[in-house]
Structures are given as C-alpha cells and as structure tokens.
Design a protein around this ligand. Sequence first.
Ligand code: SF4
Ligand code: SF4
Length: 81
Amino acid sequence: MQMFDMPIINADLCNGCGLCMTVCDCGALVITGSIISVHETDECGYCTDCEAVCPTGAIQCPFEIIVDDSFEQSAEQGFGQ
Ligand code: SF4
Ligand code: SF4
C-alpha cells in the first residue's frame, strides 16, 4: 500500500531529459540510469509542475487538489454557529 500519492512515470515515454527535476525540489524525482524514477516523500507539494513540463507525457499526477466550497462557506458562517 502506498502511503502517499506520488507522480507516476511511464518509463517507455521518459527520455531522461531531466526537465521535471528542474521544476521540482522536493527530492521525489531522481535520475536512475537514463530515466526518472519517483521516490516517495511527504515533501511533494502536489503542484503537478512535473507533469506540466514533461514534453513526452511521461509523468502523470494521480492526485487533484479540489477546493471544497462547502468548507469555505462553513468558515464564513462560523462553522454552524
Ligand atoms: S520531463 Fe518527462 S521525459 Fe524528461 S526526464 Fe522528466 S519524465 Fe522523463
Ligand atoms: S507534483 Fe510538484 S512537488 Fe510533487 S514531484 Fe511533481 S513537481 Fe515535485
């Protein structure tokens, strides 16, 4: 079982250009041989920049940050007060 949702690398598409590492300093992305590998870390900020910058579509971020409007509304209303 994975403790954290981390980016997923498709090794068949990765050309080892290293662009993803230039936009990420969390330490999750490491060159292993000629492709990127992902190391689990709780430092990943889930920014999806690695996915966005990859020219070959080799990275997929399986997470999505969703702003919960109901939480915001509850905060404005004083959480039920
Ligand atoms: S940007 Fe994409 S192709 Fe380049 S090293 Fe990272 S995963 Fe591989
Ligand atoms: S989602 Fe952001 S912080 Fe996480 S590995 Fe990709 S670039 Fe780094």
